[in-house]
Ligand binder design. Structure first.
Ligand code: FES
Length: 329
């Protein structure tokens, strides 16, 4: 599958809004009927290249004239650099079908705890708007972690959703009242969300943030815990036919299972229900990025991986053929 097939939705940029010093929202006009769920993402074709990147659809179905992508500029980031520095109103961008299961529509609950850090607010904001509009009886507490007050994305909208939305903002630097100072911690969670065990927890942010947050919310009794997962970070132990996969899971629970040695790493992970996103299955979209710690394997595509990532053992699971025992991070 090439990027043209993968991203068939042509949308025109209507306007671009700067949200914070390094975050911009692109408002896109959809001339066709594009149906997505709050919290989902899309792959965006980067210029005329063969590369795509995944971005949350930050607008909410039925509530905005435009489909929006809210993007943080990352130094040397090819996708974010193109979208935030080169694309102008009037230009066209190409999107894939909506992707992902990180959506409150797919995980209905009466009580949510939404956790977001930095740009991780984008799917969370989309879901908060949707819940406020379509499920106003829902109890929603959002804890949003930022570097400083000026990094709060959607600040006015978040305030407008109060008091329906229970909102806690944590700023690492120069917090302004009523923000909390520091970082998300088990103490803050216990104090702010005493009924956490009854809530469905949905989180989005950098991987280390989500690792820590998941461990903390589970320690406090949360059972339903969902992460936005553009990339794979899965662990477990699987073996068969002389090929052994040792994948350690975030919870460090190990499991063994069998699968044919000829399978791709992605097929093995999916067979054993390891959390991995796969969209193109052809080494194009980059969604199935996974890190191999040790072992031999061959790859048929490394599209989107940097030299540093390849050197560190990152592979695209759909395009990785293990040649023996391997261990995943
Ligand atoms: S699923 Fe797209 S690169 Fe693997």
């Amino acid at each position: 599958m090439n990027t043209t097939t993968l991203c068939p939705w042509r949308m025109q940029v209507h306007h671009i809004t700067q949200e914070t010093p390094d975050v911009w929202t692109l408002a896109l006009i959809d001339h066709d009927f594009y149906r997505w769920q709050a919290g989902q993402f899309a792959l965006v074709r980067i210029g005329n290249s063969d590369e795509v990147r995944a971005y949350t659809l930050s607008s909410t179905p039925g509530q905005s004239r435009f489909i929006t992508l809210t993007i943080r500029y990352i130094e040397q980031g090819k996708g974010s650099g193109w979208l935030t520095r080169q694309v102008k109103p009037g230009d066209y961008v190409w999107l894939s079908d909506p992707q992902g299961s990180f959506s409150c529509e797919q995980h209905p609950a009466s009580h949510y705890l939404l956790l977001a850090a930095g740009c991780g607010i984008t799917p969370v904001m989309s879901m908060a708007r949707w819940l406020h509009s379509h499920r106003p009886e829902t109890d929603v507490h959002l804890i949003y972690s930022v570097r400083s007050p000026r990094d709060v994305i959607f600040a006015a909208e978040l305030q407008a959703l109060r008091p329906w939305l229970k909102l806690t903002i944590i700023a690492e630097q120069r917090p302004e009242a009523p923000m909390l100072a520091g970082r998300l911690s088990v103490e803050i969670l216990a104090r702010q969300v005493p009924d956490i065990a009854q809530r469905t927890v949905m989180m989005c942010g950098p991987q280390p943030y989500m690792d820590r947050a998941e461990s903390d919310v589970r320690a406090l009794g949360a059972v339903q815990v969902l992460r936005e997962q553009f990339t794979a970070a899965a662990p477990v132990e699987v073996e068969d036919n002389g090929v052994r996969y040792h994948l350690s899971s975030a919870s460090q629970q190990l499991k063994s299972a069998a699968f044919p040695a000829s399978w791709s790493l992605l097929a093995a992970m999916e067979q054993h229900k390891l959390p991995v996103e796969a969209v193109c299955r052809a080494g194009v979209c980059g969604c199935c990025k996974t890190r191999v710690v040790s072992g031999d394997y061959q790859t048929s595509s490394t599209v989107g991986l940097t030299e540093e990532e390849i050197a560190a053992g990152y592979v695209l699971a759909c395009s990785c053929q293990p040649a023996g025992d391997i261990e995943l991070a």
